[in-house]
Every structure is written in C-alpha cells, then in structure tokens.
Ligand binder design. Structure first.
Ligand code: ARG
Length: 482
C-alpha cells in the first residue's frame, strides 16, 4: 500500500529497508509537544485569516488536544509507516475528526514544520540548561565562600607554582560557567525567529499571517527568507558549540576532581553518592561520576562535528540529510544536562581536606616568588636580580633539605647580605595568598567579594561579602582522606 499522506502517485509502498532508513519517528517523537503547539498556532492563524472556518479550527484544536493527552498518557501508538512525528499526529487527528484534519496542512509543509518544532525544542532545552548552569554555579559559589581561606597549591604545568585559595580555584569555574550560560543565551537570541509559513521552500500563495504564528509561539519575528528558513540548522549548531565548550569546562573540572580525590593528592573526598567500589580491590573508591563527566565531551563535540559535516555542501533548500540533525543533538543535549546535574551533586557533597591541602601548598618552595617580590619592594632590587637571588636561596634550602621557612637569617644573609629578618613574614602560605589583593587575585577577602557578587547576580538579591575568619566547619570537611 502506498503512503496515505503522500502516496498519491505511488503504485506500491516503500521497501522495508527504505522504511527503516527513512523513518524518524523512533527519535523525533520527543518533539510531540512542539509539533502540536505549532499546529494549534497554525490552525488558529488560518481561521483568523479566513483560510479555515472556525468550526474546522475548533475541531482541529480539540482533536490535537486529545492527541496530546494520548501521547502524554502513553496510549498513543506510533507508526513507522507514518515516518515522523508530524504525520503520526496528523494521521491520528484524521482518525478523530475526519476530513477537517486534512485542512490543517494548508499553507505549510513538513519542511517549515520540522524547522519550527526543532527550534522550539532547542529553545526549551536552552532554557533548562541555563537554569542548570546557574544551579551549578551557585553550588560552587557556596563552596567557595566556605573555602575562601582554605589554602591549596596553585599549579602551572601541574607543577606547584604559588599558593592559592580553594575558594578562588572554585570561582574560576563559576566564571567559565557564566560565559557558558551567556553563549547559550546568545544562541537563543539568534534562534528565535519563526520558520512557520515558509512552506516547502518558496512561501505560499495563501494570505497567511506569519507574524501572528510567530507571536503565538513566542518567537520574536518570522524568518525573512523562506529558502533559508527551511534549510537553516545554525540554531542547533550554535547550541552544540556552546554545549561543547561547557562540556569541555566540566571535563577539566572533572579531571581535577579525579586528581584531587586520589590517595596521592587526598585534597578532597567525594561522597559515597558519586563514587563506586571495586569488586576485587576492597580499598577502592572510584570517582566514576567525575570520570564520566570528563568523557561526555566526546559525544557532545561529536554531535557538533557530525552535524556540521552533514550540513556542509548541502544545496538549498531542504534535503533529507537534515533529518540526521536530531538523534545526535538530543543525545548531546541530554548528556550535557546529565553532566551538569552530576557535577552539581558532586560539588555540594565534596569534602575538602584542608590540612592536606595546606601542607601541600607549602611544599615545592611555593612562596619563592614572595621572597623575590619582598627583595624588590623592601630593598629596591630590580626584579630580574631578585629572581636570581631567590633562585640561590631555593638552591640552599634544597641543599639543606628544608623548606624556605626552615632557613635561618644567617642562611639568607649567606646568599645576600642585604636581607634582614623581616623576610620571614612573607614565607608563609597565608601571607602569600593574603598579599595577592590585586583585582581578581586569590586573597581570601577578594574571594568573598567575588562570591557575593556572583550570589547577587545568580539569585537576583543583594548579597554582602561574608566577614573573614568565619570558616564553616561542616560535615566531614576536615576529616582525613583514606
Ligand atoms: N522527518 C523529517 C525531518 O526530520 C521532516 C521533514 C520531512 N520533509 C520532507 N519533505 N520529507 O527532517
């Protein structure tokens, strides 16, 4: 039997393999809400412009509302022979209301319909993702406030560089995530034009009102070129690009969690809720959730790559190639959403081992720069020379097998006569972080100011910086890491 939706000129139905390669209902059924909302807006406009009678409009809308309830209630049977969500919905509508259903497709095509549905879906998804990003940011900001004075090693090349505060480190991710939310919202802005009414590719001879359908569906305006409207997939590409960058950030953070929670580092303990044991090694606590978040970028960036290659070289306007947009996009956006949720849970539960971090922060002559800066500041020695002198001090400490704070004033004077005992006060990691008061620096007071700024931004309510010295001793925060 030929297809009853488009099979007028076909003598037989499609080959089984054709049906399998052609059908998208297996994955595009998740567009049902957007598809029905688009059809209701379209039918309303058709009646408003006199193209459809009000009786037909009413029965179409009532029928579509029933179809929506059937799909939501799980009683709807999807048919692969009907290819996609658009024809599944329309066919069921026809069973319900008869001939009037056939008038719904006046002045539109599946080409503008699918572009509209998918845009609506991506828009909804962006809104959810932005809320999730903000939730993760808030969890990080709260941790950062608790850990504003916690000192950890700061790294470059993963070599101990200078002490930083843990709160400052966490706020670095808050900044990244802030840009991620911004990129998603930028994509949303450009996305928000309605393709509906562009019809197959050239527009339509019916006196439709595309501004009306655009407004009903929450779009800012209708698209201005029908060929572009039905063949544009920039909106999902941009969203996937923003999603990929966000997933890359999550991957970096996840990697740090994996490193920090190792026995060798022991900086944090991840909660039982986000780790697993080993079936053979009883001592193990594996950071599986962090590892999976670290990996998800693979399929998210994969979706962007896949789709940009699908779009490359496609002539105007719609081609069936574009049906390949949905599966990878759904998978990528689902994966990002799951990663954000997992990360939020891990951050909230993550218990730092402050003592371990502090000890590690002092290792590796991490306050050497502070000596050089002291020589510049107090003795007016040019920085290049101060750097050289400090190098000799480090070499001496290495020789004596002690830290910089283990050197006596005689040791310092042995390297350079001009040095006096005031140098000792810059050697501690506390002095080192507290000195970095430059805007955006790691000083605990700065951290509390930035945390308050973010809280104000994220909650919409004014927040004052917390006072210093109010470190919260919650849960197992100071507990050991086994
Ligand atoms: N299932 C199709 C897609 O996802 C809908 C558009 C089909 N249009 C067409 N002329 N065959 O792209």
């Amino acid at each position: 039997m030929s297809n009853k939706m488009w099979g007028g000129r076909f003598a037989t139905g499609p080959d089984a393999i054709m049906e399998e390669i052609n059908a998208s209902i297996g994955f595009d059924q998740r567009l049902f809400r957007q598809d029905i909302a688009g059809s209701i807006a379209h039918a309303t406009m058709l009646a408003e412009t006199g193209i459809l009678t009000t009786e037909d409009r009413d029965s179409i809308i009532a029928g579509l509302t029933e179809v929506l309830a059937e799909i939501e209630g799980g009683s709807f049977t999807f048919s692969r022979a009907l290819e996609d969500i658009h024809m599944n919905v329309e066919s069921r509508l026809r069973e319900k209301i008869g001939d009037a259903a056939g008038r719904l497709h006046t002045a539109r095509s599946r080409n503008d319909q699918v572009a509209t549905d998918f845009k609506l879906y991506v828009r909804d998804t962006i809104d959810t993702l932005v809320v999730q990003v903000h939730t993760l940011q808030l969890a990080l900001v709260e941790k950062a406030e608790e850990e504003a004075e916690t000192i950890m090693p700061g790294f470059t090349h993963l070599q101990s560089a200078q002490p930083v505060t843990f709160g400052h480190h966490l706020l670095a991710y808050v900044e990244m995530l802030g840009r991620d939310a911004g990129r998603l919202l930028d994509a949303r802005k450009r996305l928000n034009e309605s393709p509906l009414g562009s019809a197959a590719l050239a527009g339509t001879p019916y006196p439709i009102d595309r501004h009306m359908t655009a407004e009903k569906l929450g779009f800012d305006r209708p698209t201005a070129n029908s060929l572009d409207a039905v063949s544009d997939r920039d909106f999902i590409l941009e969203t996937l690009a923003a999603a990929s960058i966000c997933a890359m950030h999550l991957s970096r953070f996840a990697e740090e969690m994996v490193i920090w929670s190792s026995a060798q580092f022991g900086f944090v303990r991840l909660s039982d809720k986000f780790t697993t044991g080993s079936s053979i090694m009883p001592q193990k606590r594996n950071p599986d959730a962090a590892e999976l978040v670290r990996a998800k970028i693979g399929r998210i960036l994969g979706a962007l790559t896949s789709l940009i290659v699908v779009m490359k070289g496609l002539p105007l306007a719609y081609s069936k190639d574009m049906q390949e947009d949905k599966e990878v996009a759904f998978d990528a956006l689902d994966s990002l959403s799951l990663s954000l949720a997992a990360m939020t849970g891990m951050v909230a539960d993550m218990a730092p081992n402050r003592e371990r971090m502090r000890v590690s922060a002092a290792a590796g002559f991490s306050t050497a720069t502070d000596i050089a800066d002291w020589l510049v500041r107090e003795l007016n020695i040019p920085f290049r020379d101060a750097h050289h002198i400090t190098g000799q001090i480090v070499a001496l400490a290495e020789q004596k097998n002690c830290g910089l704070e283990g050197l006596t004033i005689e040791d310092f004077k042995f390297v350079d006569q001009r040095i006096d005992s005031r140098v000792h006060k810059v050697l501690t990691v506390e002095a080192s972080v507290a000195a970095r008061k430059s805007y955006g620096g790691t000083d605990p007071a700065n951290v509390l100011i930035q945390a308050a700024r973010w809280k104000t931004e994220l909650t919409g309510e004014p927040h004052e910086p917390k006072p210093l010295g109010k470190k919260k001793h919650g849960g197992h925060g100071d507990g050991g890491v086994e």
